[in-house]
Ligand binder design. Structure first.
Ligand SMILES: [Zn+2]
Length: 447
């Protein structure tokens, strides 16, 4: 029996992506200064009135959701949540050290079950015939589209242009929501890769994904509009390597944060209607930021005091919340946002590395300490929202070591210690009120 740590945590395959995120966060933290945010007064208002807009349907965020504590690489739908569990390194390295193997696991909200995305009784889930089986290089992202009729499996491809196997070529597959009928939608060339950090969007007919292009030491990036039916890139907007998508605003504009003129950070809108980039705000210190419901939230420093600045991009109004509890030296991160609640926290230096987290109600500026948590492997963990449905969130309410049995392609059974998440549904109201009223999910993967 072998101990698997980290690698299996929360079913995420994160090392290289985690490094990128940490680097970005370091850059953001290094911007500490005494400046302030500058609004661009002649900002173009976001309107939905042009003829082109009316022909195009509303864009929604469907994948790689931005948040700072974990990469959301799973697919969310109204009915359930899809994620990848990678196999332990020892099991895939015998085939090829470059190719990872894993399974797609589905959590169904109605039946409160988590199981392999496979409906064949007795299946070992270890060959290409199984709808849950995947093999890939580097990293993989799952998402659905706006219609929630298709499951997309995005193999990112080599993010440095170095190709060792055919799995290093970025590929986007599409299947039914059951995992059946998996076909290739887009295959990149060897000098391209899907972006690991930019969110993915969808409207009724198209996906919007970022593709990086390698040209020697130079990396550029395109925001591409991909036809769901035809599997072709219909249009693209070139971004620099310092430009990152934050989210969508209005009907079909995108908000980009631009680090090219660092330490000045610029916020720009871009649109496929006219392909113009419009700078709507700049900041010379910005510890953390997030976009939710057309609200741009930023933690900034003003006269040595950290403040939460929330800009409503619909009408350009700015709200400053200066009554935040102050940390002594550590950073403040905005973790995620749900509806009108913004969730953020910092390390409280007065208590042994204890992370203190709050949520701010953006309606009235009131903040509440977030108390839902659990003790696991000697550490206190905050209960995290994994996905959301109509009136409930799916959260990780515990982590515990359990056994995971995997059968390799030669028929050998391998049993691993697996740090399994205990998923549960909780009503949104109860979550925000710190009430521990959970509906547990039965996990058939780890037993
Ligand atoms: Zn199977």
């Amino acid at each position: 029996m072998q101990m698997i740590t980290g690698h299996f945590l929360n079913g995420e395959k994160i090392p290289r992506i985690a490094v990128i995120i940490v680097l970005i966060m370091m850059i953001i933290v290094m911007t500490a200064g005494c400046g302030y945010i500058n609004r661009i007064s002649e900002k173009n208002q976001i309107t939905n009135n042009s003829v082109e807009d009316e022909q195009q349907s509303q864009v929604v965020l469907v994948g790689n959701k931005p948040c700072t504590y974990v990469l959301k690489s799973g697919a969310e739908t109204d009915n359930g949540y899809y994620e990848v569990i990678p196999w332990p390194y020892e099991m895939y390295s015998s085939n090829s050290p470059w190719i990872h193997i894993g399974n797609i696991v589905y959590t169904d909200y109605e039946t409160h079950t988590r199981n392999y995305l496979c409906n064949v009784p007795g299946c070992s889930h270890n060959t290409e015939d199984c709808t849950s089986f995947i093999s890939y290089s580097n990293a993989i992202v799952l998402f659905s589209d706006k219609s929630q009729q298709h499951l997309y499996i995005m193999e990112l491809g080599a993010t440095d242009g170095e190709i060792y196997t055919n799995k290093d070529i970025g590929c986007l597959y599409v299947s039914d929501m059951s995992g059946a009928n998996r076909t290739q939608l887009i295959k990149l060339d060897s000098l391209s890769a899907f972006s690991t950090t930019d969110p993915i969007f969808s409207d009724d007919n198209n996906l919007y994904v970022c593709i990086e292009r390698f040209n020697g030491s130079e990396i550029t990036k395109d925001l591409c509009k991909v036809s769901i039916d035809a599997g072709i890139i219909k249009d693209s907007i070139e971004l620099s390597s310092g430009e990152m998508l934050l989210g969508n605003i209005g009907k079909n504009d995108f908000l980009v944060v631009n680090y090219d003129r660092f330490p000045v950070i610029e916020y720009e809108t871009i649109s496929f209607n006219n392909k113009e980039k419009t700078v709507i705000a700049t900041a010379d210190n910005d510890f953390s930021h997030l976009l939710t419901n057309n609200l741009l939230a930023q933690v900034i420093e003003n006269d040595g005091k950290k403040e939460l600045l929330v800009t409503n991009l619909n009408d350009d109004s700015v709200q400053v919340y200066s009554s935040l509890p102050q940390d002594s030296a550590g950073g403040i991160d905005i973790y995620d946002a749900h509806e009108d609640k913004l969730h953020w926290g910092y390390i409280d230096q007065t208590e042994e590395q204890n992370k203190v987290e709050y949520y701010v109600d953006l309606d009235n500026g009131e903040y509440t300490e977030k108390k839902l948590g659990f003790l696991s492997i000697g550490a206190w963990n905050t209960v995290r929202i994994i996905s959301e449905t109509n009136d409930k969130y799916m959260v990780t309410r515990d982590m515990h070591w359990t056994s995971l049995s995997l059968i390799d392609q030669e028929g050998m059974v391998h049993v691993y210690d697996y740090l399994a998440p205990q998923y549960a549904l909780i009503r949104c109201d109860d979550y925000w009120a710190n009430k521990e009223i959970y509906e547990d999910i039965k996990d058939y993967v780890s037993g």
